[in-house]
Design a protein around this ligand. Sequence first.
Ligand code: SF4
Ligand code: SF4
Ligand code: SF4
Length: 320
Amino acid sequence: MAKPKVALYWAASCGGCDVAVLDTNEKILDIANIVDIVFWPIAIDFKYHHVEAMEDGSIDLCLFNGAIRTSEHERIAKLLRAKSKVMVAFGACACFGGIPALANFTNRAEIFARAYVEAPSNANTNSTFPQTLSSVNGHKLELPEFFDTVLTLAQVVDVEYFIPGCPPPVDIILKVVELFATGQMPPVGAVIASDKTLCDECERIKEDKKITKIYRPHEIIPDPKKCLLEQGIICCGPATRGGCGQRCIQANMPCRGCFGPPPGIIDQGAKLVSAIASIYQGNEEKEIAKMVAEVLDPAGTFYRFGLADSMLKRKRLQHS
Ligand code: SF4
Ligand code: SF4
Ligand code: SF4
């Protein structure tokens, strides 16, 4: 019997999601035994025209990592969607926008100005910016368009499954391959992780303690048995889906929220703000202002992985 055909692709990605697949170590050989990898830019030299030549629907499973930042990402997402029976948003960037979507707090004009003109290492007195079309010595050069706003994969094409994580843990990757190979995938639309919050899975002692101060992780050595949030360290556990094996909590570090919002929560950042507000002791305006000031990067703390998928989606800027 023919092996299922699998494609893997990276869009606006750091490469970590692809490395997570390689982190299956010797089990990658088991994966290669049960599926036929037909496209994987990081590892195998296939070109886009090879994918274009495939029949529509001829790829059984596409694991797509990275957010949609450029017209190339959008084009390949649509191409792989057409060629694939099952499309999976693989990793926090594809699912929620992830770290690249923090750029939605600014826009293309500001990013280009910073990157190509204002950065101290630049010598760009003519304020030259990349163009989508240019001509050099009679040769036409084309670059993808850099979008103003970073999008999630599902904001561009239909997606059957979501595998969260930055990157997804190896045990979930192996489980998905096994479920797929044995025809046991969950109902379409499923997030392949836990249906509980991370707090529900966390075994640290919770004492319903109120906090009076926010600490950054390097400012305090937390008790490894007690809830980090109740020790004043912002931990995204109350607003994050479980299933990662509590990777950060086990290392005595707070959760950053890479598994996205738990079921029923549409805005991870808003949920986290409300969870922190509920354990903060102090009702006076001065006390609240003090605590808010202690969160040095509120946007990055509350929307580190989920801005593109949040109710905000992006910061509203003049002219954007
Ligand atoms: S989810 Fe994390 S590991 Fe994967 S591409 Fe995004 S930043 Fe990298
Ligand atoms: S806030 Fe963090 S440390 Fe506290 S119970 Fe939740 S996951 Fe555990
Ligand atoms: S503890 Fe939070 S940030 Fe760390 S891996 Fe799990 S979900 Fe991601």
